[in-house]
Write a protein that binds this ligand. Structure first.
Ligand code: ATP
Ligand code: MG
Length: 225
């Protein structure tokens, strides 16, 4: 279980996360809903160690993440698909998928196994595997970003506004893929951010609302748009 205990983040004296506490129970999918600027990306980047806490703690299964540098968080099995996809345009899709495994120094058989399992979950990525990253559409890029996060995620996966900008058919496909992930990786903990609860119907029933850096438990039905 991943837990934030009174996590506070400040930018230049301005508090952006206000003593945020919540739990992500193992194997559950939690959505975090909040308007532009509410602090969704900041929350995910803080979990990844890309932004420093000015107070509070983050733990995973009781281990304080303060002991783990940012590059070590992926090694703990925390996968992250940022809002901006950051694909390497000159690398093929497959090379983009393999990038995080190089950083993790995974052996070849584990790497092949993970790649196979990602292709099984997302057969469209196998079809795109030889294409240069730079030639993909925005929606295809989001799928690669999900695949790349899945290459790393043995415990937790953090998805920042994955549905943003997806055409309805692609959003449906993405939601179906997430449902498959939940079905086939029952131990994996998911946190998905979104600005509108409408896009998340069927993804989960557990929701957090974030407003001006404050987080509270809610339900999808009650979440404000
Ligand atoms: N590097 C930064 N320096 C200063 N302020 C920042 C920085 N990054 C984010 N902020 C501020 O922190 C607040 C939260 O931003 P954040 O990006 O987490 O929001 P968000 O919920 O992800 O919004 P969006 O839906 O637009 O992606 C905003 O007020 C933003 O202006
Ligand atoms: Mg954001």
């Amino acid at each position: 279980m991943l837990v934030l205990h009174n996590a506070r983040v400040e930018f230049g004296g301005h508090t952006v996360l206000r003593d945020v506490s919540f739990e992500l129970p193992q194997g559950r999918t939690t959505v975090m809903i909040g308007r532009n600027g509410a602090g969704k990306t900041t929350t995910l980047r803080t979990i990844m160690g890309l932004l420093p806490l000015s107070a509070g703690r983050i733990t995973i299964d009781g281990q304080d993440l303060a002991e783990v540098p940012d590059h070590g968080r992926a090694a703990l099995g925390i996968g992250y698909a940022p809002e901006d996809r950051r694909m390497i345009p000159g690398f093929t899709v497959e090379e983009n998928l393999l990038l995080p495994t190089l950083a993790l120094k995974l052996d070849q058989s584990t790497t092949r196994e993970r790649l196979g399992s990602v292709y099984e979950l997302m057969p469209e990525l196998r079809e795109l595997s030889r294409r240069p990253g730079g030639s993909l559409s925005g929606g295809q890029g989001k799928m690669v970003a999900l695949g790349r996060a899945l290459m790393v995620a043995t415990r937790v996966i953090l998805l920042d506004e994955p549905f943003q900008g997806l055409a309805p058919a692609l959003a449906l496909n993405y939601a179906r893929t997430l449902a498959k992930v939940r079905d086939q990786r029952k131990d994996l903990t998911l946190l998905v951010t979104e600005s509108s609860p409408q896009l998340l119907g069927g993804v989960t029933d557990r929701a957090l609302q974030i407003e001006r850096g404050e987080v509270m438990e809610t339900t999808l039905a009650e979440a404000r748009h």
